[in-house]
Design a protein around this ligand. Structure first.
Ligand code: UT7
Length: 339
């Protein structure tokens, strides 16, 4: 289909939710061998939120979604599609349909996207394709993760980094298209640099059947990460992705009003901005308060930026995500407020 003949995709509203339990660096330094000084200077993180054990990812995703629906003045029953980007779903078959039920979005089809910290970005781009072809008009895209349940709380290299949150965006059909372009990449050769690996139960019986019968079970291990390699990957690939996306949209770094990066490390935000010669005054950062919230980090940062009134009509927002897979990518939005 000719791009100019396609429908436009427009961000109608955003929402987010964070749990009330707040864990400071000082608290962690009483439980593991770390310090506020180390965490603050190496990552920019001061505190993170944790979901209480009687709550599920669906509770968090529902709260963020209801906020976006309310701000967009749209009813859940008018949604055509729900995409839940998460890597901490409560069912291996996916959790999006539980979110659909929780919202009462009875006309929506729902599915999950599992792409860790790039999940929301990939979900947003996927949603825009359904809108641009005319298949759907109102889509809810949610990024939600509760990695606090997947980190080893005695491993100081990883547990200090992550927090729980959810963020949501309503993407709607419009005559003008505000998602100007996108760039997505994967490198599965380096998947082991950041992973929650699955281990199968050992088969002890030395029989022919044991060679082909399905293993009895297994378990997921804790999140593992080679921090240095992931850092190098982010700082080298994200600027290239942003530049390629800007080129496709016939824009330059000077046109950027706001840079919204996945909030993994303040030093990564600064290194990427520095490589692209973008002043830090244009870089949205809330990592200090939430740590790395995986798929939720971009929609949470976006929602806070919209709520604080920084973003004005006509602003160019460059959004870039990166993480496990490895996956990374960029999209560019021209912001038009409708309400
Ligand atoms: O969302 C997915 C994307 N994830 C990321 O982008 C994460 C990218 N990586 C990073 O942000 C950084 O690599 C980290 C923050 C994870 C680590 O920072 P680093 O500057 O690369 O530190 P390092 O791993 O090289 O560790 C330096 C030292 C080590 O001690 P030795 O071997 O030099 O004696 C670590 O054992 O710091 C030690 N260390 C700590 N010390 C106090 C590691 N974690 C801690 C800690 N507290 N929490």
């Amino acid at each position: 289909m000719n791009s100019s003949a396609m429908n436009g995709a427009h961000i109608l509203s955003t929402g987010s939710a964070v749990p009330s339990i707040c864990i400071s660096n000082e608290y962690l330094s009483n439980t593991i061998s770390t310090s506020d000084e180390w965490i603050s200077t190496r990552t920019g993180i001061k505190e993170r939120r944790l979901l209480p054990k009687d709550k599920s990812i669906i509770d968090l995703a529902t709260e963020a979604s209801l906020s976006a629906l309310q701000k967009g003045l749209i009813k859940a029953e008018n949604l055509d599609l729900i995409i839940l980007a998460t890597s901490s779903q409560n069912d291996l078959f996916g959790s999006a349909s539980q979110l659909q039920a929780s919202l009462g979005a009875k006309h929506a089809v729902a599915f999950d996207i599992t792409a860790a910290c790039s999940g929301f970005l990939i979900g947003l781009i996927t949603a825009s394709q359904f809108i641009r072809t005319g298949a759907y008009k109102n889509i809810l895209v949610v990024g939600a993760d509760i990695l606090s349940r997947w980190v080893n709380w005695t491993d100081r290299r990883t547990c200090i980094l992550f927090g729980d949150a959810a963020g949501a965006v309503i993407l709607q059909y419009n005559q003008t298209n505000d998602l100007l372009n996108f760039q997505l990449d994967s490198n599965g050769n380096d998947f082991h640099q950041l992973s929650i690996p699955y281990t199968q139960t050992q088969i002890h019986k030395n029989t022919v059947e044991s060679l082909y019968t399905y293993p009895q079970g297994g378990k997921y291990n804790y999140l593992t990460m080679n921090g240095k390699e992931v850092y190098k990957f982010a700082v080298s690939q994200v600027p290239i992705s942003i530049e390629e996306c800007l080129k496709k949209a016939e824009l330059s770094t000077d046109d950027i009003s706001w840079l919204v990066l996945h909030q993994a490390n303040q030093r990564i935000l600064e290194a990427v901005a520095n490589k692209l010669d973008i002043p830090m005054t244009k870089v949205i950062s809330n990592i200090k308060y939430y740590g790395n919230t995986s798929a939720a980090s971009i929609p949470l940062a976006l929602d806070e930026a919209f709520n604080s009134g920084y973003i004005c009509n006509g602003d160019i927002i460059v959004i870039a995500g990166f993480g496990a897979g490895l996956t990374w990518g960029t999209t560019i939005i021209k912001w038009h407020a409708i309400h």
